[in-house]
Design a protein around this ligand. Structure first.
Ligand code: NAD
Length: 248
């Protein structure tokens, strides 16, 4: 076993911690059936990311919506949280985890029972009207004509997750920063660490003295410079093993 790949060290850090947070990315939801953006079967191997540029969307809402339906609406419909989402919810329930900061937009942490979830990139379950700013829920919207329209003012609806060129939601940003600074252990699960500014979160935690426990099937930009422990493997398997070692 390589020096960093030591689950006992992770248990030691978790048991000694005063405040633990988790930072998650697309990899935690792969075993729920949602493909990641990068790497094997990544969405960007198949689609051009420019369709999710906010300026492109405003000019071509119908075109982007056809992709949204194909990438997000149908595949996200019947997905369920997996053991890694449930493990984080259980850690929170047992007072061992204060927050999940997620880059994901799939709502699976909340569905698993996590209560404090900061969504860095918004959520795909609701839609924002670009004209009157009212929120609609996916389940209440008619997708037979694209782009879907707001039932109040007939403005164009946009999924309430952020597109390239948009800012991070202010409350999620501020809460995540505060939590990052307050935590002395950080679990970083299933993220390449390539998306700015989200990827600064584990780095900021490290600079503030937190121990970083990374879970991923492959090494990332965090593994050498940032992670104190690197647990290589599928999120569900690694988290199930960790929970067993913690007696949970
Ligand atoms: P990414 O797609 O760039 O990378 C996925 C990471 O997960 C990789 O490091 C990969 O090695 C790892 N991984 C793959 N399968 C895994 C598994 N079973 N267990 C553990 N790790 C695994 O993901 P990212 O860094 O989160 O950046 C992509 C951006 O795209 C995010 O900001 C997010 O908003 C968005 N996104 C979200 C979803 C979702 O909501 N589920 C899906 C795709 C993309």
């Amino acid at each position: 076993m390589r020096k960093k790949e030591n689950p006992e060290k992770a248990v030691e850090y978790i048991q000694a911690a005063k405040r633990i947070s988790a930072f998650t990315g697309a990899g935690i939801s792969v075993e729920s059936g949602i493909p990641p953006f990068r790497g094997e079967n990544g969405i960007w191997n198949k689609y051009d990311p420019r369709i999710f540029d906010i300026d492109f969307f405003v000019q071509n809402p119908k075109k982007t919506w056809e992709y949204i339906v194909e990438i997000f609406v149908s595949p996200f419909k019947n997905v369920k949280p997996n053991d890694a989402h449930f493990a984080l919810a259980k850690l929170e329930e047992n007072g061992l985890l204060s927050t999940v900061i997620t880059q994901n937009i799939d709502n699976l942490h909340q569905e698993a029972g996590s209560e404090t979830v900061y969504e860095f990139h918004g959520n795909s379950k609701n839609l924002l009207c670009l004209q009157c700013s009212e929120i609609s829920y996916f389940t209440d919207v008619d997708f037979s004509y694209l782009p879907p329209k707001c039932k109040y003012c007939k403005g164009i609806l946009k999924p309430n997750f952020i597109f390239f060129g948009e800012g991070i939601p202010q409350d999620a940003l501020q809460n995540s920063m505060a939590e990052t600074i307050a935590s002395d252990v950080f679990l970083v699960i299933g993220t390449t660490g390539e998306v700015m500014p989200a990827c600064m979160i584990p780095r900021l935690a490290k600079e503030n003295g937190a121990k970083i426990i990374e879970v991923n099937t492959a090494k990332t930009s965090f593994t050498n410079p940032v992670s104190d422990v690197f647990l290589r493997g599928k999120a569900t398997e690694v988290m199930n093993d960790l929970m067993k070692r913690l007696g949970l």
